[in-house]
Design a binder for this molecule. Structure first.
Ligand code: SAH
Length: 351
């Protein structure tokens, strides 16, 4: 594999440094930054001298993420992308259309090492971290695709809920968020971004202090440690009390509520008693619960619950005055859930 440097991960100062090495004046850094963050290739960077454009094309990676397959849901228009990275690894993304605009679900790692029993992303472990540029590149690739059909549209909201654990790739995720905020960058507001973690306590606390008004979601999925440990290995590292205390810290530091994600799994965490136990644990926390219908993972023998069970669970939480919604299922016909499309591909490659 070539060891070309990938430019989209670099801030303006780092680009200036790189360009200095090529004998270029500092002002070119801003020009290059603007082009890169529009998703343009060197040949299209019209205000750069031709020899520089040629050098950039030959010696650097400007556009690290390419869509190699797309599925469009016939039900709701949700698009699922399979992306290829410069070293040929595959990741995936989902583009959802809501009344307020387009939301892209981003991956932060190739695979994941957290080992949650219900999650397809983790089945082959974590292959590597994504760079900040590869996270930005997913947005640029989705925008390019979207704009073929709708030239005026672009991704307006992000959820870091694709494959990977964002806090297991903390530095690159932070760099990505800071690059997004740059005035000449994509300028997606931090308030339009949700970051989901399985509950890495030290990073949750560190993140609370970063001054980034990103919405924090915690994958809770259980009302107590005993159940959580059976489905999420991370629960053996951090107790629920530690995780909830990190959530309280986040609320105190940022003044923002936490979103708890809770996938209802048949026979595991979905009874009315579980709902009441959950309510008692989070009652004093500024939070919202997002109930997720489980996308069954046949390899693990886990399945979701009936509509009726969802409503009973929801009603128990409401009785305890807990704000709760049920996540809309999107792209059900196109393997919309975490890691499923990539999994499908890896299975095909193995067979
Ligand atoms: N690692 C992060 C983000 C990626 S997963 C995290 O754990 O939060 C995004 C969300 O999808 C998490 O809440 C995760 O638990 C959930 N999820 C994973 N597999 C699922 C499945 N089969 N059905 C429903 N939700 C699932």
């Amino acid at each position: 594999m070539s060891e070309k440097k990938e430019l989209l991960s670099l801030g303006k100062d780092e680009l200036a440094e790189e360009l200095k090495g090529l004998g270029q004046p500092a002002f070119r850094a801003k020009q290059l930054f603007v082009w890169l963050h529009k998703g343009k290739l060197p040949a299209e960077m019209m205000n750069l001298p031709l020899p520089l454009r040629e050098t950039l094309a030959e010696q650097y990676i400007c556009n690290p993420v390419e869509i190699i397959e797309e599925k469009v849901s016939k039900i709701d228009g949700t698009r699922k992308f399979l992306y290829q990275l410069p070293d040929h690894h595959l990741i995936e993304g989902v583009l959802m259309k809501y009344h307020y605009g387009y939301t892209l679900c981003l991956s932060t790692q190739v695979g994941c090492k957290m080992g949650c029993l219900f999650c397809a992303s983790t089945l082959n472990g974590c292959i590597r971290n994504l760079t900040a540029g590869e996270m930005l590149g997913q947005i640029l690739a989705a925008n390019r695709r979207l704009q073929m059909d709708e030239p005026e549209s672009s991704v307006g909201n992000l959820v870091l809920m694709g494959s990977g654990e964002p806090f297991d790739n903390y530095e690159n995720v932070l760099k990505f968020l800071r690059l997004l905020k740059e005035p000449d960058g994509l300028c997606i507001g931090m308030r339009s971004i949700s970051l989901s973690t399985c509950g890495l306590v030290p990073e949750m606390k560190r993140f609370s202090k970063e001054g980034l008004p990103v919405t924090l979601s915690l994958s809770l999925h259980a009302p107590n440690d005993a159940i959580r440990k059976t489905i999420m290995p991370v629960a053996k590292r951090y107790s629920m009390e530690e995780v909830l205390s990190a959530c309280r810290y986040y609320v105190a530091e940022t003044g923002r509520r936490v979103i708890f994600e809770y996938a209802l799994i048949h026979g595991v965490n979905a009874s009315p008693e579980h709902a009441r136990e959950l309510a008692s644990k989070i009652r004093n926390l500024q939070c919202h619960v997002n109930l997720i219908p489980l996308n069954s993972v046949p390899e693990r023998g886990l399945r979701g619950v009936s509509e009726k069970e969802v409503h009973i669970f929801m009603a128990e939480l409401q009785k305890a005055n807990i704000s709760v919604t049920r996540r809309r299922e999107m792209g059900d016909d196109i393997e919309g859930a975490c890691g499923q499309l990539r999994r499908h591909y890896l299975n095909l490659a193995e067979s």
